[in-house]
Design a protein around this ligand. Sequence first.
Ligand code: DGY
Length: 328
Amino acid sequence: MRPKILVTRIIPQIGLQILGEKYDLIINERDLPMTADEITARAADVVGILCLLTDRIDSTVMEASPGLVGIANYAVGYDNIDIAAATARGIPVSNTPGVLTDATAELAIALMFACARRVPEAERFVRSGAWRGWGPMQFLGADITGATLGIIGMGKIGQAVGRRGHGLGMRIVYHEEAPLAEAALGFEAHPLTLPELLSVSDFVSLHIPLTEKTRHLIGARELSSMKPTAFIINTSRGPVMDEAALADALANGVVAGAGLDVYEQEPAIGPELLRLDNCVLLPHIGSATISTRDRMARTAAENLTAMIQRTEIPNLVNPDYVNHRPKE
Ligand code: DGY
């Protein structure tokens, strides 16, 4: 009998093909996340789990899966996995960095344009039949050329957004724990403290992972230190921003608008946000291009194969697992 792998949702064929060559796959065929109980039950006799950001993989799942030797997340963010619990059990965890950088950066830029030029609002207006022809005061928006783009988190995706913003004629400022050398970035960008960045930026774009340190990094106080003409874009993880505080800030003109691809309690979105016209809302599609999702599937499958075969793991996020790995 071949070893079994749990794949918690249908992913692009290439990933299933790579894994299917060596392993028996237990695949969730419904196009809906598995419940926690379903994951725990179906992980009982697997050697590997290929999971999604919508799956909570915690110690309950790990305890229920005594033969588990690896967890491959189909995402760059891995806040859905209890990394400490995996490390303590000697289980490696991987993610899919790099392959989704451009797609996610492009979506952040798309949200920036959508907010600044009120694209969804104007489109709704046309479809409603209310348009009576060109008007000098209709749908006036904000300029992108010459504006200041503040990037919080200058990792791969933050840099890709900065490069694009620079190409659009924006001034780039960023906040990162350790400022980067400009030569390494390849474009002009100024490191700032978080309060400085918030106060000077016309657009703020979030590119930080969700950790206990970054949860609600942007709340009422931070939003009120932004310009009332500024926009905030979030394509990272919903909980890095206090969504209720954002809804208040948008409703009261504290900031001009927001472009969101991620939410605190996905797929639920607060009714206040749903009512606001100065908020562009997308369904977590940052990495949703055909080729990006293919590359994510391939990467996750290769990561998991390496874990099971005990070869070098390409995108390991918890190298410390080796110190807890059971002896062979
Ligand atoms: C990620 O990879 O973390 C995105 O949120 C989904 O692709």
